[in-house]
Design a protein around this ligand. Structure first.
Ligand code: TYM
Length: 328
């Protein structure tokens, strides 16, 4: 397939904390796999990260580290565009236009906003309008498909709604995207609190497997993973969230499905050992490549990626300005 006929994929990730298994199994693994069949654009969304206070002086380094992680995981800058959101100012420009067609009420109903604002002492206006910037990210590249984990489902549906509304008002200007959410691994749970998703913003580091964790740490975290009181191994995410999470992790790491994996175990111990082993093997190539990447090369690749992204963003933004009837 040549570039012109491939569906266009776009996704983003915040540079706020180290990459964990949820990010990888829920989203990034699909980005890598989809490179063969789609025209991919992948974005480190540093401006989104600023919607909640970041520790002073950390975002630049976090951005570079995340880029190196993504390159080591297999985002190939020859195949896909990898870039940093703030280096393409059209994102915030299109976000404004989408804010002007988004309703206050629909933004207030976003579950991620509700969750985050309930927990925060200070709720920024940026946290409230966050989904419009995400919609702009997506629409700016004429995106057909958005590979994400389950927690981004509502944001992609919101994107579809406001892009459709924008088109109804101003003509057929923007492409209406679809999400691509994996059937297993779409929601990896915290190992210590399996009723909550594994998340960078949690305060239980023992519940999170970071992609850079050494094998001994992975073994320890899996061994201590919370299971249930009865000892039956079965896939039942509501009734047995801890065991089901381990089954999902092992299934996804070995390209199987959780129900099939469950049939192979009668005890928790061997399931935990095998899940740890599968993760260590899955992460080994990433960890080896990551150690080889240096910072100047990573920064150079990001600049080249931003140049390519800007080229495409300009075309779409010109279309938007004309459709809105702004003075050229
Ligand atoms: P972020 O940075 O929180 O997460 C990046 C990706 O990882 C997925 N993910 C998970 N998947 C399964 N289980 C988990 N426990 C888990 N935790 C995270 C997320 O679903 C996501 O796909 N708002 C977005 C970033 C964004 C974006 C975009 C995404 C900005 N613009 C445009 C797609 C398109 C976010 O905060 O992702």
């Amino acid at each position: 397939m040549n570039e012109a006929t491939r569906p266009r994929a776009f996704s983003g990730i915040q540079p706020s904390g180290a990459l964990h298994l949820g990010n990888y199994l829920g989203a990034i693994r699909n980005w890598v796999r989809m490179q063969a069949t789609t025209d991919g654009v992948y974005c480190i969304v540093d401006l989104h990260a600023l919607s909640v206070p970041q520790p002073p002086g950390t975002i630049r380094q976090a951005t570079i580290d995340l880029a190196a992680d993504l390159l080591a995981i297999g985002i190939d800058p020859e195949e896909s565009i990898l870039f940093v959101q703030s280096q393409v100012p059209e994102h915030t420009e299109l976000a404004w236009h989408l804010q002007c067609v988004a309703a206050f009420g629909e933004l207030r109903r976003m579950t991620q906003f509700k969750d985050k604002s309930e927990r925060a002492d200070f709720v920024s206006a940026g946290l409230f309008t966050y989904p419009t910037l995400q919609a702009a990210d997506i629409a700016l590249y004429d995106t057909d498909v958005v590979p994400v984990g389950d927690d981004q489902r509502q944001h992609v549906e919101f994107t579809r709604d406001i892009v459709t509304r924008f088109n109804n008002r101003f003509g057929d200007v923007l492409v209406v995207p679809e999400h691509r959410i994996p059937t297993a691994g779409d929601r990896i749970m915290d190992l210590q609190a399996p009723e909550s998703k594994m998340s960078k913003s949690t305060d239980s580091p023992q519940g999170i497997v970071y992609l850079t964790d050494p094998p001994a740490d992975i073994e320890k975290k899996l061994k201590r993973a919370v299971t249930d009181n009865d000892a039956e191994v079965a896939f039942d995410p509501t009734g047995k969230p801890g065991v089901s999470n381990l089954l999902t992790i092992l299934a996804v790491a070995t390209d199987s499905d959780p129900d099939t994996v469950a049939k192979g175990y009668s005890q928790y111990g061997p399931l935990k050992t095998d899940a740890a082993e599968a993760l260590i093997e899955m992460l080994r190539p990433f960890q080896e490549r990551r150690a080889e990447l240096d910072e100047p090369t990573t920064i150079e690749l990001l600049h080249a990626g931003a140049d390519k992204a800007r080229e495409r963003a300009t075309v779409v933004m010109d279309r938007v300005r004309a459709a809105v009837n702004l003075l050229a």
